[in-house]
Write a protein that binds this ligand. Structure first.
Ligand code: FES
Length: 229
């Protein structure tokens, strides 16, 4: 793999021919927002990582560098395009609580780009049939990272993409509730999900965790058991 010269945010830099713009930017400490990017398996579906390359808007996670490229990661056009994409993704995006919203990278980006984060609807319909994992379809942005984590990382193939067109959605096996699917509770989908659509059933925010010495209850009385000197 040879080296090429490109201009990154006004600075001439060397890049490995064939590496992605996202990879190059990260090597130089430049942050580009991502939602669907999954190390080694970029699918280019969310487009949030858009940058301007020689005057054209390109998704940085799947665009490879080549000699003479002029890349702008924060140009006005790239920033406006990101804001438009964020608005579209936020249209059908809902969380059940402020705490869940704070786990969502899409909402973080919304705030960063001066937009309203997703609305909070406490009684939104979720799939809570699984003993360990909760799925909130209205927080899902169809980035497909959970599908990749389930099939490629874990060889399990429980999480799939179901339906077509506007009805496309994430589902389990042949469209059954998660609790009766072939899920083995590995949790890889939770780690992969950037929006908190898949999360631990008993998740509580760090600031609400109760310290307790007794493993049998969460009261947090801090009674000390054992023999004292
Ligand atoms: Fe590049 Fe989603 S992160 S298209």
């Amino acid at each position: 793999m040879g080296m090429v010269k490109v201009v990154l945010n006004g600075r001439e830099v060397e890049a490995a021919n064939g590496e992605t713009i996202l990879n190059l930017a990260r090597r130089y400490g430049i942050e580009i927002p991502t939602l669907c990017y999954y190390e080694g398996y970029a699918n280019g579906s969310c487009r949030i990582c858009v940058v301007e390359v020689n005057g054209r808007l390109m998704p940085s996670c799947i665009t490879k560098v080549s000699e003479g490229m002029k890349i702008e990661t924060e140009s006005i056009r790239a920033t406006e395009a990101r804001k438009t994409l964020l608005r579209l993704l936020l249209k059908n995006h809902t969380h059940r609580s402020k705490e869940e919203q704070m786990r969502c990278r899409l909402c973080d980006y919304a705030i960063k780009y001066g937009l309203e984060p997703a609305p909070i609807i406490p009684d939104i319909k979720i799939d809570d049939t699984h003993p360990a994992i909760v799925f909130n379809p209205s927080a899902c942005v169809m980035c497909r990272k959970c599908v990749i984590a389930c099939s490629i990382d874990q060889s399990n193939d429980t999480i799939t993409v179901i339906g077509r067109g506007l009805d496309t959605r994430v589902g389990f096996d042949l469209d059954v509730p998660m609790g009766v699917s072939s899920c083995v509770s590995c949790g890889a989908c939770i780690d992969a999900c950037p929006t908190g659509a898949l999360m631990e059933r008993d998740w509580v925010p760090a600031d609400k965790v109760v310290e307790t010495t007794c493993p049998y209850c969460g009261t947090g009385c801090q009674v000390e058991y054992g023999i004292k000197d």
